[in-house]
Design a protein around this ligand. Structure first.
Ligand SMILES: [Cu+2]
Length: 388
């Protein structure tokens, strides 16, 4: 179900008009109450966003000036020369000079506005001379980040607890704008993003950066930003991409150079640990504990924490023939997904250990008690088998 609060975006001019009206009415309120009705773009954090902000403001003033220049004389003429005041109608048609003037002046104004706008759009697309390139892949419903040339790749899932989403608990400060693993980038450097998608069109959006770029399956799109001020910046997917659309936030952590280097070291250590872990043999309890986390972050949105799924949309895993049947068929379904259904292939997103853990968890949770263990080595074996 789409709740009304999610349909704010994309209603366009109608919504803007209502919002402006609210802002006008809010003018009558005390300042403290008025602060909530901010009707401007968010404070720009990148140089690009600052230029967008300034251009937007300039054009807004131009529009206001045109409004005054057109409507004030018109109102005066209508009132002064009204018939009720006994004014006789003028009898003329065609005035070449006036017609040329009222064609030429708007054309010149339009060109004067299009010139800086076009230059700015061109610079938004200019990703040359970047310091760091990150590949961003949209998935239903999470973002994947890969630091090109750095062996760092991870999935960023929303970390808002389902209890807040269900209304069982009051909403936190960053409700649906928080993730388990944010994108981390160094301050002051030009970050180039190359964006794509594995399923449907998503859109990577951080308002304060002035970046909103569609991620389109089968295509690579580019965007860039440079942010000088360290801090946490938030946004979300801005292209309606299915039932989980409201649950794929974007969080970027802008840090100093030293902190970024330390973070990179830490990520590499994680990768090394995962590689070492891939050859280890684990106990059931270990796999289940890790599997529960992997399940919570990647599977519970559809199959539900209870393993009961959503009847008619997502099958229950508790009691499922696949999750309690043949082990390699189960591994295959999770690793390769099922074509033309919402069940995606997790083989590329999850490590051998994560896959082994989540599959073991599914085979030994809820009403499932197969007692089976799936080890990372089993996943690796099936991967090389299916690669043939
Ligand atoms: Cu999306």
């Amino acid at each position: 179900m789409i709740e009304p609060k999610h349909i704010d975006r994309g209603v366009g001019p109608y919504f803007c008009a209502i919002r402006s009206l609210i802002a006008l009415l809010a003018g009558a309120l005390p300042a403290s109450a008025r602060a909530e009705f901010a009707v401007n773009l968010p404070a720009p954090a990148s140089a690009l966003a600052q230029q967008i902000f300034d251009l937007h403001t300039t054009i807004l003033w131009v529009c206001l000036a045109i409004l005054i220049v057109v409507f004030v004389p018109m109102a005066i003429a209508l009132i002064r020369h009204r018939r009720a005041a006994g004014h006789p109608a003028a009898k003329f048609h065609d005035n070449l000079k006036v017609e040329i003037a009222w064609t030429l002046v708007p054309v010149l104004i339009l060109i004067a506005m299009a010139w800086p706008a076009t230059r700015l759009v061109a610079s938004m697309k200019d990703t040359s001379k970047s310091d760091l390139t990150i590949k961003v892949t949209g998935h239903q419903w999470k973002w994947e980040y890969e630091y090109l040339g750095e062996d760092i790749r991870f999935i960023s899932n929303t970390s808002t607890p389902t209890t807040q989403i269900d209304g069982g608990q009051s909403k936190g400060e960053h409700y649906l704008l928080e993730v388990d693993r944010p994108l981390v980038v160094p301050a002051g450097q030009k970050i180039r993003l190359v964006l794509t998608s594995s399923d449907v069109i998503h859109s990577w959006w951080i308002p304060a950066f002035g970046v909103k770029q569609d991620a389109i399956p089968g295509f690579i799109r580019e965007a860039w930003f440079t942010v000088d001020k360290t801090g946490t910046y938030r946004g979300q997917c801005a292209e309606l991409c299915g039932v989980g659309h409201g649950f794929m936030p974007v969080v970027v952590e802008v840090v100093g150079d030293g902190e970024f280097a330390a973070w990179k070291q830490q990520q590499k250590a994680l990768v090394a640990a995962a590689t070492a872990g891939a050859t280890k043999t684990y106990a059931l309890a270990e796999l289940k504990a890790l599997g529960e986390k992997v399940y919570g972050a990647n599977c519970a949105a559809c199959h539900q924490p209870t393993g009961m799924g959503i009847p008619g949309a997502f099958p229950a895993l508790s009691g499922s023939k696949i999750a309690t049947g043949d082990r390699s068929a189960h591994i295959d379904r999770v690793m390769n997904g099922k074509a033309n259904t919402a069940m995606a292939a997790f083989g590329a997103q999850l490590s051998d250990l994560d896959l082994a853990a989540v599959i073991t968890y599914e085979r030994n949770s809820w009403n499932n008690a197969t007692g089976d263990l799936v080890q990372p080595a089993d996943i690796a074996a099936q991967r090389s088998g299916s690669a043939k």
